[in-house]
Design a protein around this ligand. Structure first.
Ligand SMILES: Cc1cc2nc3c(=O)[nH]c(=O)nc-3n(C[C@H](O)[C@H](O)[C@H](O)COP(=O)(O)O)c2cc1C
Length: 164
């Protein structure tokens, strides 16, 4: 029987069955310090012009930093970057030491995650507030990509294409 989402505990479980890849959204503090956050609510929006979106909760540090800077990076993680996804999924105050995969940025470029399968540098073209999240649409200014197995997220757990 279909259920109404309301406060139904099965609502999150229903979404957890949508298997996705995993990205890290990168931003910069006003002093230039890079900041990352694990995210899977992303998609390519259009090819002409090249647009991509990410949905960010208003509770995230990343929300404030994108709203302030008008820029973000998107790094698609490989299967060997599970520890990086776990690190950037923790609240900033709960992260210990350096990230397992560091930030990289060519001269004057936006920081992205080293060793990622694909990286995209985006400039925000519009922001849409919906509920407790904002959808940031970014125009892709530059990208890089390399072959590799992706990191996946399914039923609230990380895994590879063949499962955990
Ligand atoms: C697999 C996975 C995907 C996530 N996707 C998103 C997302 O798309 N948007 C979001 O706001 N938070 C998402 N989160 C939660 C953030 O990664 C988490 O709250 C993080 O601590 C936020 O960091 P920040 O406050 O430094 O920005 C996700 C977490 C996981 C584990």
């Amino acid at each position: 029987m279909p259920s109404a989402p309301g406060n139904n505990p099965d609502y999150r479980r229903a979404w957890s069955r949508f298997a996705t890849g995993v990205t890290v959204i990168t931003t910069v503090e006003p002093d230039g310090t890079p900041h990352g956050m694990t995210a899977n609510a992303i998609t390519s929006v259009a090819l002409e012009p090249p647009l991509a979106l990410v949905c960010i909760s208003h509770a995230r540090t990343t929300f404030r930093l994108i709203a302030e800077s008008g820029k973000f990076g998107m790094s698609v993680l490989g299967a060997d970057q599970r520890a990086t996804a776990e690190y950037f999924a923790r609240r900033p105050e709960d992260r210990e030491g350096d990230p397992p995969s560091g930030y990289t940025s060519a001269d004057g470029r936006h920081p992205v995650i080293e060793g990622a399968l694909s990286t995209f540098e985006c400039e925000v073209v519009s922001a849409h507030e919906e509920g407790d999240h904002t959808i940031f649409v970014g125009r892709v200014q530059a990208f890089e990509t390399q072959d590799g197995e992706p990191l996946m997220w399914f039923e609230s757990a990380f895994g590879g294409l063949q499962g955990g």
